[in-house]
Write a protein that binds this ligand. Structure first.
Ligand code: MN
Length: 279
């Protein structure tokens, strides 16, 4: 029996260093479903033009999704702006995965939700592509800075994960105005179509809320917040926060072997860092 009826994921950004693929693998293991919706920006072709980072865990994510499709789970992929190259193939099926520009999902309790990535409602991405690309690079830098910051916090023995990108987003008024503008535009469209709600992504800001009798749900992302929307067997939607759900990392193992095999994704900087610890 599946743990949930549906899983909705967006903004995984495979192909980037920021992608938290290990956590996603862990999440996917815990949440088998009847429907798996990939709501855009699954593969980050924008970032891959600047340089590709593809880890073993990212391979596992792809393999897990393909296996789920093969084993009868309904997998539907709705491309976003970072994987817009795939929009040319909307309507096609790749093996057991079908591509759609948008989709209407009916929940177990009969509500109809528009599934769409959401960049269509983002004025910046639509009309000022270069601003979006620049902002994207800045966001990437912020997420990378956060990796360093999380390490410092661990060294200082501070529990939990604190998101720098999340903090900045919360602090910046302009960002909030942008998000509320985004939500307004999205909800107008849902109302015009006579649907009960929307499940989208794009703005990397996970949420479930009622807006004037309609439901707004945003999957969040897997580069910073590690969140997903799930539909329970009774049709109830829930926001799952996988940053908090998984057990804390095990304590570092005592003596390090000198000739420890390196995983394939390790780069020179990591090698030097390791050497630093043993020399
Ligand atoms: Mn996007």
């Amino acid at each position: 029996m599946p743990a949930v009826r549906s899983v909705f994921l967006s903004d995984i950004h495979l192909g980037t260093r920021a992608c938290k693929a290990e956590r996603l693998v862990d999440f996917l293991r815990e949440y088998p479903a009847q429907y798996l919706y990939l709501v855009g920006d699954v593969v980050d072709f924008w970032a891959m033009r600047r340089g590709i980072y593809w880890s073993a865990a990212q391979n596992t994510v792809v393999q897990k999704i393909l296996r789920r499709a093969r084993h009868g789970e309904r997998v539907i992929f709705i491309p976003g702006n970072h994987d817009e190259a795939l929009r040319e193939y909307v309507g096609a099926a790749f093996g057991d995965i079908t591509l759609h520009a948008e989709y209407v999902h009916q929940t177990a309790d009969g509500r109809r939700f528009l599934l769409i990535h959401g960049d269509e409602f983002d004025e910046v991405t639509r009309h000022h592509r270069w601003v979006a690309l620049l902002g994207d690079a800045a966001y990437g830098a912020l997420v990378r800075a956060n990796v360093v910051w999380a390490w410092v916090r661990r060294r200082m023995g501070r529990p939990g994960y604190w998101s720098l990108a999340g903090h900045v987003k919360r602090k910046v008024k302009k960002a909030l105005e942008f998000m509320y503008g985004f939500e307004d535009a999205v909800m107008r469209s849902v109302r015009e179509r006579g649907l009960d709600g929307i499940i989208c992504g794009h703005i990397h800001w996970a949420a479930i809320k009622e807006v004037d009798g309609l439901t707004y749900a945003n999957c969040g992302d897997w580069v910073d917040s590690c969140t997903a929307i799930v539909e329970h067997l009774d049709g109830r939607l829930e926001l799952v926060d996988w940053n908090r759900e998984i057990a804390p990392p095990p304590p570092p193992q005592a003596p390090r072997r000198l000739l420890e095999p390196l995983p394939p994704e390790v780069e020179l900087a990591d090698v030097l860092h390791r050497a630093d610890g043993i020399l």
